[in-house]
Design a binder for this molecule. Structure first.
Ligand code: CUA
Length: 127
């Protein structure tokens, strides 16, 4: 009789813990994905990196002062925006002035089998 009660309690506890873990995981992923927005002068671009992709294939900003933030949510990645001076390794920010054009974003840290897939485009539009 006692053994049955204990087993039942264990099952309930496991179910509750599993449910909590899942919802926490989803909530934190959503919180990170919502962050991109403009704050103050200049434009802010948030790139979120995981194994082995960025959160968007294309990022669009108006020309001028741009701050790029890199946030790693899985693995350890960096970015280099070819044709600009933007270079970040791991989590960090870089502010620079960008001319209109189309720039290729690549991961600049050898991060594993999908390293070469970590490519995106930064489109800087004329204002
Ligand atoms: Cu990510 Cu290389």
């Amino acid at each position: 009789m006692r053994a049955k009660t204990m087993t039942l309690l264990l099952i309930i506890l496991t179910l509750v813990l599993t449910a909590c873990t899942n919802s926490h995981f989803k909530a934190s992923k959503n919180t990170i994905a919502i962050t991109p927005q403009q704050v103050g002068p200049g434009e802010i671009v948030d790139l979120i990196a995981e194994n082995w992709s960025f959160n968007q294939k294309k990022y669009i900003v108006p020309a001028g002062e741009v701050t790029v933030n890199l946030i790693n949510i899985e693995g350890f990645h960096g970015i280099e925006v070819q044709g600009t001076d933007i270079s970040i390794e791991g989590d960090g920010s870089y502010t620079t002035t960008l001319e209109p054009g189309e720039y290729t974003i690549v991961c600049n840290i050898i991060c594993g089998t999908g390293h070469n897939d970590m490519v995106a485009t930064l489109i800087v539009e004329e204002v």
